[in-house]
Write a protein that binds this ligand. Sequence first.
Ligand SMILES: [Zn+2]
Length: 298
Amino acid sequence: MLRTFTTAITASLVLAAGTMAQPAFETTDLGDGVYMIANDRAGNVGLIDAGDNLIMIDTQMPPFLDDLEAAVREASGGGAPTLVINTHFHGDHVLGNAHFAALGAAILAHRNVAERLANPVHNELTGSTPDTLGEDYLPNIEVGQAMMLTGFGVTGEVLHFPNAHTDGDIIVNLPGSNIIHMGDLLFSGRYPFIDLDAGGSVEGFIAALDEIIGFSDDETRFIAGHGPLSTRDDIIASRDMLIEGRARVAALVEEGHDLAAIQEQNPLADFHDAWNWGFITTERMVWTFYRDITGLTE
Ligand SMILES: [Zn+2]
């Protein structure tokens, strides 16, 4: 059954890619050599053209890689990336690593991402293992808390936020251009996925957004992991929804309700129209809050 399921998913992705209007990727020129490359099928890609260095933020996944490479070359006047930055370990952000490593890119990620990719637990998100992909997709530059990008010709930095979307999230902050690539710390206008099984937490996610809100401004442009180019107001809205939603579910847990009773009360009902989407439904968001608050795994 699992095999059939996986095949069906792959087939539907290929079909989606094959039937999408051309071009498969939409490239947005943000100025200063910075681009957002997106197809809304996997994680949004950032590109920084810094002359001798071409930095690519996240690498998506098959079957999009030839089209993604074409979009990168078109934006950069024919170049290939010299550095790939992975915002975290999920497959829809890293499974193109080997494709771009083969073009000569080094791969930078938080040390927890390197650890997870080297020792993958097979699930529907990571999808593949080094046995099936080879080892060329593994990071060869590991970051702890932060790293300046000046060595790559860029005024900017990568910053790690612990236990947020996962345990290995980094954002790319470009203060000179006032642009931030958020990785999956931003699902713009959608409930975020918070991967509790990979070290993510609701409080860590809120803390990360708080800190980013603190050092950005109304002019900052945010490349979301998923969703459109965004503003600080979108970050604030996501943060406020998480704070309020978690408080509502916590109050019901405090009153002694179990998950079924809480779902029955639908505490996020008024959030549904604005935030619900296919992967993270309102019901799944309630379940995420409940698990985060209680520590239960079911
Ligand atoms: Zn993710």
